[in-house]
Design a protein around this ligand. Structure first.
Ligand SMILES: Cc1cc2nc3c(=O)[nH]c(=O)nc-3n(C[C@H](O)[C@H](O)[C@H](O)COP(=O)(O)OP(=O)(O)OC[C@H]3O[C@@H](n4cnc5c(N)ncnc54)[C@H](O)[C@@H]3O)c2cc1C
Length: 389
C-alpha cells in the first residue's frame, strides 16, 4: 500500500514524537514509524533532567499541564568531593533559570497522548524500514507492518531513530563524517522505590569512583555508580549496590541515600558520537540519530528537543513562506549546539570520574579542578549556564 504525507518521521522517541507534534500544530502532516511496541517505548526509563528550554518548549506546545503539576523544579545541585558537599545555585547564577525533573518516559507518554488525540496515531511494531531516493524531491520509506508491505512518499524524511537506527547509515559514506570517543567507564544505574533523601541532585567524585544521586518523582530515587563499561551486572547484588552508594554518596554527618526495593538495574557504556552533516538531500537527522553525549551533563534528551524545535521551525518556513534558508542552515546550527554540549559533557565526565591507574598527579589535578569550580563565582556561573542550557 502507498501512503502520502509531507514529512515521514522514523522513530517515536522524544525527537520523533515532538517533531510530529510541532508539525501538527503548524498544520503540516506527518507519519511516525516505530519498530518497538507502544508499551516498550512508554516504559523505557532513560533521562530525567529537563533543561529550561525543553520545559519552555513543552509549555509553548500545549504539553505543560502535567509537567507543571508533577515535574520537580530544581534551582540548584551539589558537587561532592574530598569529604565535602558544595551547592551550586543554578537559578541565582543564571537569572532565574532552572532544571526540572520529569522522566523521559513521562515526556513520551504526553507526546503519544497528544498524537493520538490529533488523530494521527504512531505506527508501532513496524519492521524492515528502508529510506530511499534521499537526494530526490520525493524520498521514499518502505516498511512492513503485520506482514504487509507499505511505502510512504513524502517531501522530507526526519531520521529520529536513535543511535542504532537506519537513517544515519543510509547517508552515503562519502558525504558524512563521524567523530567518536569512547570513555573508559560506564554507569550502573538503578531505579528504586524510595523517597529521595535530598531535594536536589548530588554529583559525587569519590576515591572509589563517581556516583550520582537523582530522582524521578517524590517516591522514586534514581542512582548511578561509575563502573567498567562492560561491568557484569550479576556481580552486583542489591546489598552491594546500596553499600557502595552509601560509601560514595554518604557524608560525615551521617546522610546516606534512603534505600528501598530496586525496580530496575542496568549498565550503560559512555561514548560521544557526532555525525556531520545532519542532512543528506531530503533526509534530516535529529537527536541520538546524529549525536550521542555521555549522560553526565544530562544533555541527550535536551539536545534532541533542541534539534526538532529548529527542524520544525525550518519546515514551517519551507511550507508557509516557500523559504528554504532555515532548512539549509539546520545542520550547521544544530551541530554548533551539539559540539557545545559535547564539550561540556566531556569536561564534566572527566572532572568527576576516577580513571583507574591514573597517576597521583592526575588525582591532584582533578581535585584542583573541582576546588576551582566550587570556589569561583565565574566558574560556577559558566557551569550553571551550561547545565541549565
Ligand atoms: C540506555 C540509555 C540510557 C540513557 N540514560 C540517560 C540518562 O540517564 N540521562 C540522560 O540525560 N540521557 C540518557 N540517555 C540519553 C537520552 O535518553 C537520549 O538522548 C534520548 O532518548 C534521545 O531521544 P531520541 O528521540 O533522539 O532517540 P531515542 O529515544 O533512542 O528514540 C529513537 C526511537 O527510534 C526507534 N527506532 C530505531 N530504529 C528504527 C527504525 N529503523 N525504524 C523505526 N524506528 C526505529 C527506537 O526504537 C526508538 O524508539 C540514555 C540513553 C540510553 C540509550
Amino acid at each position: 500500500m502507498t501512503h502520502r504525507t509531507q514529512v515521514a518521521i522514523i522513530g517515536a522517541g522524544p525527537a520523533g514524537l515532538m517533531l510530529g507534534h510541532l508539525l501538527h500544530r503548524a498544520g503540516i502532516d506527518s507519519v511516525i514509524l516505530e519498530t518497538r511496541s507502544e508499551a516498550y517505548v512508554v516504559e523505557r526509563v532513560r533521562a530525567g533532567v529537563l533543561e529550561q528550554g525543553t520545559v519552555d518548549l513543552m509549555r509553548e506546545s500545549g504539553l505543560g499541564e502535567r509537567l507543571d503539576r508533577e515535574g520537580l523544579r530544581h534551582e540548584g545541585l551539589s558537587i561532592a568531593f574530598a569529604g565535602s558537599r558544595h551547592r551550586i545555585d543554578l537559578s541565582g547564577l543564571t537569572g532565574g533559570r532552572a532544571i526540572t525533573i520529569y522522566g523521559q518516559h513521562e515526556v513520551v507518554k504526553d507526546l503519544i497522548a497528544a498524537r493520538t488525540a490529533a488523530g494521527r496515531p504512531v505506527h508501532f511494531n513496524v519492521e524492515r524500514v528502508v529510506v530511499d531516493e534521499l537526494a530526490s524531491e520525493r524520498p521514499r520509506v518502505r516498511y512492513v507492518q503485520d506482514d504487509a508491505s507499505h511505502e510512504i512518499l513524502s517531501d522530507f524524511i526526519a531520521g529520529c531513530d536513535g543511535s542504532h537506527g537506519t537513517c544515519r547509515s543510509s547517508m552515503p559514506a562519502a558525504h558524512t563524517q563521524t567523530f567518536e570517543h569512547e570513555y573508559p567507564f560506564g554507569w550502573l544505574g538503578i531505579l528504586a522505590e524510595a523517597a529521595p533523601a535530598s531535594d536536589e541532585l548530588i554529583y559525587s567524585c569519590h576515591s572509589r569512583g563517581f556516583a550520582l544521586f537523582s530522582m524521578r518523582s517524590p517516591t522514586i530515587t534514581r542512582l548511578y555508580l561509575q563502573c567498567a563499561p562492560d561491568e557484569d551486572l550479576s556481580q552486583w547484588s542489591d546489598d552491594r549496590i546500596w553499600s557502595e552508594l552509601r560509601v560514595r554518596l554518604g557524608t560525615e554527618d551521617g546522610w546516606v541515600p534512603a534505600d528501598g526495593p530496586i525496580l530496575q538495574k542496568s549498565v550503560t557504556g559512555m561514548r560521544s558520537v557526532v555525525t556531520e552533516p545532519m542532512r543528506y538531500g531530503r533526509l534530516f537527522l535529529a537527536g541520538d540519530a546524529a549525536h550521542i553525549v555521555p549522560p553526565t551533563g544530562a544533555k541527550g534528551l535536551n539536545l534532541a528537543m533542541a534539534d526538532v524545535r529548529r527542524l520544525a521551525s525550518a519546515l514551517v518556513s519551507f511550507y508557509v513562506a516557500a523559504d528554504d534558508t532555515a532548512l539549509n542552515e539546520y545542520s550547521g546550527m544544530a551541530l554548533r549546539r551539539t559540539w557545545r554540549a559535547q564539550r561540556f559533557s566531556s569536561w564534566m565526565t572527566s572532572a568527576l570520574h576516577r580513571v583507574e591507574h591514573a597517576s597521583g598527579f592526575e588525582h591532584r589535578r582533578q581535585l584542583a579542578e573541582l576546588e576551582y569550580l566550587v570556589g569561583s563565582r565565574a566558574a560556577m556561573t559558566s557551569f550553571a549556564e551550561n547545565y541549565v542550557g
